[in-house]
Unconditional design. Structure first.
Length: 324
């Protein structure tokens, strides 16, 4: 295992709303290692995207991080001023969004957008930036990079736009790429191509990737490790092979049963009964207990972290006795 690049501890995020305080993240603990691909998976609203935005220091309006730390190469980003985070964003940590149509600026060519990011973070003359932009378009395997440089986003297909977004994200040599549902809006063939590209970029560029997704198939195909989120907490984490194929937490198992890929061999899709808890109440005990078929009285208390193997952890009372 490589050295940790990011270490998140007890991250808690709240929003003030007219209805009251919404508890969006309830003590996230995560590590992302150098050159790691970590999948962050869970249902809509479980806190996946908010975790990514917190790492970038882009908490949406009304939100407040009330506790925790986000260590990045040993520095706690939560103690840094906005001027520091502006240097981190793009240069050290970059983001690829779900919909490249909204993340790309329709008024500028792809070449201008790559060079704008480079100008902000690097000292290079115009020719060097142009050469580097061309090189990046080759790296993301866009055909005819010289033509793409002068192309506006609306002239590209969805898959080409996402490749251009990845080129922009890589333009300053970031150590961490946060990819938030990067293939959700693409058709299946293009999805596979973009995932394959991200996988190869990790190997070739040595960039770590936080892959935010609701799709377990994307995790299985792309990631080395996975963290399963429920109600703003990590409930299980570890190597993909262990978590997806020997899942321990009842929520992870329910997610797998609800996954179309897994149920395709003649099995029926199993919906997860019940609904996610309202974020308006602070969590007491295990957040999954109202939906858990194996809930016990003790589950009214916060579940312990249990090490299944040195790299695989689950937060559940079912395994509490198995620890030394
Ligand atoms: Fe179910 Fe209890 Fe485990 Fe929560 S701690 S998942 S309620 S058994």
């Amino acid at each position: 295992m490589n050295e940790p690049l990011v270490i998140i501890r007890d991250l808690r995020l709240q929003f003030r709303t007219y209805a009251g305080i919404v508890h969006a993240l309830n003590g996230i603990d995560l590590e992302i290692y150098e050159q790691d691909v970590l999948g962050l998976v869970g249902e809509t609203g479980c806190g996946k995207s908010m975790t990514g935005l917190c790492i970038l220091g882009l908490v949406p309006r009304g939100g407040e991080i009330v506790s925790g730390s986000i260590g990045f190469r040993g520095e706690d980003l939560l103690t840094k001023p906005e001027s520091y985070m502006q240097q981190v964003r793009g240069a050290k940590i970059a983001m690829v969004f779900q919909d490249p149509s909204t993340s790309l600026n329709p008024l500028f060519t792809i070449g201008q957008q790559i060079e704008t990011v480079m100008k902000r973070h690097q000292q290079a003359d115009k020719t060097q930036m142009h050469e580097r932009a061309l090189e990046l378009l080759k790296v993301v395997e866009l055909p005819d990079p010289a033509r793409i440089m002068d192309t506006y986003p609306h002239e590209l297909s969805g898959g080409m736009k996402q490749r251009a977004s990845i080129a922009i994200a890589l333009s300053c040599g970031a150590d961490l790429l946060i990819a938030d549902e990067p293939t959700t809006d693409l058709d299946v063939t293009v999805q596979a191509q973009i995932l394959d590209l991200l996988r190869r970029l990790r190997e070739a560029q040595g960039v770590a990737i936080l892959m935010i997704t609701h799709d377990l198939a994307v995790v299985a195909e792309t990631c080395q490790r996975v963290a399963v989120l429920y109600a703003g907490q990590v409930v299980e984490s570890g190597p993909v092979d262990e978590v997806l194929y020997e899942a321990k937490h009842p929520y992870t198992r329910a997610l797998l049963e609800a996954s179309p890929k897994r149920s395709s061999r003649g099995k029926t899709l199993q919906a997860i009964p019940g609904t996610v808890p309202s974020g308006l109440r602070p969590l007491e005990g295990c957040a999954f207990s109202p939906r858990c078929p194996r809930a016990m009285e003790v589950c009214a208390q916060p579940p312990p972290r249990v090490a299944v193997t040195p790299a695989h952890a689950v937060y559940c009372y079912l395994y509490a006795d198995s620890e030394e």
